[in-house]
Design a protein around this ligand. Structure first.
Ligand code: IPE
Ligand code: IPE
Ligand code: MG
Ligand code: MG
Ligand code: MG
Length: 295
């Protein structure tokens, strides 16, 4: 695929998942309206939709029909949107700007933000139970997403992140924290696509290596952007990590080394994609986006 047709394909996938999300989110006119409106506000705000794109791009490389992945793509974005609402709460990162708009607890209130997050998480799993596969495959996909979202994945990583504030950790601990808070859900994206086709173990392993590098790269880039970009560019408050005394790639290793580590992950992603036989152009485009993104 050419660069132009790959980016056109990514745009159609964003449109697909957006229409799926629009469909599965509760009607804002039904009660409780405030909860439903907050859920829609959090999800339908302009996000990059990287995780759904990874589901579709992995499926594309494996040769699955796109429409079969709509539920998995929507489910992972619902989990992600919930994680952002809770990440921004006063008890966590205490942020008032997200995706260029006031965070959910600012636009609504704290209790509504907590409940909207809870309800989005439940909705994600409900949506995924409708995945158009055999019951056993569906169950395996649900299990993957649960592991990526929970204490062994994103939530566990968020706990490590909060526990690390003001503490010294080493680079290995930083890698584990990033792998869980950001990497785990990204791993779930490719794992769900891989389960959908019952991919061979070797193919699955290459995809997982790709996702693991992408997850780490994504959070290294996030740590760099926190110091290098403005709030207007990011759509979220810049400089928050240093202000909150968070250990990050930048605070621990400096900008130059953080950039080197990012380049190493980019190389890992390239190597993993070389091992795959299908059309990996969309995955390569997402790898590039992860490394060079400006927001
Ligand atoms: C932000 O994720 C949180 C991290 C894991 C770094 P994204 O940068 O994917 O946020 P959106 O979805 O585009 O808003
Ligand atoms: C968040 O990491 C990871 C999540 C699980 C949401 P950050 O706290 O660095 O994300 P941002 O910078 O607020 O988007
Ligand atoms: Mg955080
Ligand atoms: Mg945060
Ligand atoms: Mg950040």
């Amino acid at each position: 695929l050419s660069v132009e047709s790959t980016s056109a394909l990514l745009r159609t996938w964003v449109a697909r998942v957006n229409s799926m999300l629009e469909r599965v989110l509760p009607d804002p006119e039904s009660e409780p309206k405030r909860l439903h409106t907050a859920m829609r506000y959090a999800v339908l705000n302009p996000g990059k939709r990287l995780r759904p794109l990874l589901v579709y791009a992995s499926g594309h490389a494996l040769g699955i029909a796109t429409e079969k992945l709509d539920t998995a793509a929507a489910a992972v974005e619902l989990i992600h949107a919930y994680s952002l609402i809770h990440d921004d709460l006063p008890a966590m990162d205490d942020d008032d700007l997200r995706r260029g708009r006031p965070t959910v607890h600012i636009a609504f209130d704290e209790a509504t933000a907590i409940l909207a997050g809870d309800a989005l998480q439940a909705l994600a799993f409900e949506v995924l139970t409708h995945a158009p596969f055999a019951a056993e495959q569906c169950l395996a996909m649900v299990r993957e997403l649960t592991l990526g979202a929970g204490a062994f994945g994103m939530v566990g990583g968020q706990a490590l992140d909060l526990a690390a504030v003001g503490n010294r950790i080493d680079e290995q601990q930083l890698i584990v924290m990033h792998a869980r808070k950001t990497g785990a859900l990204i791993q779930s994206c490719v794992a769900m696509a891989s389960l959908a086709v019952d991919a061979e173990p070797k193919v699955d392993a290459s995809l997982q290596r790709f996702a693991s590098a992408l997850g780490l790269a994504f959070q290294i880039r996030d740590d760099l952007l926190d110091v290098e970009a403005s709030s207007a560019e990011l759509g979220k408050t810049a400089g928050k990590d240093a202000a909150a005394d968070k250990p990050t790639y930048v605070s621990m290793l400096g900008i130059e080394v953080a950039r080197q580590r990012l380049a190493q992950q980019a190389e890992q992603m390239r190597q993993a994609l070389n091992e795959l036989a299908g059309d990996t152009a969309p995955l390569a485009a997402l790898a590039a986006l992860t490394v060079t993104r400006l927001s």
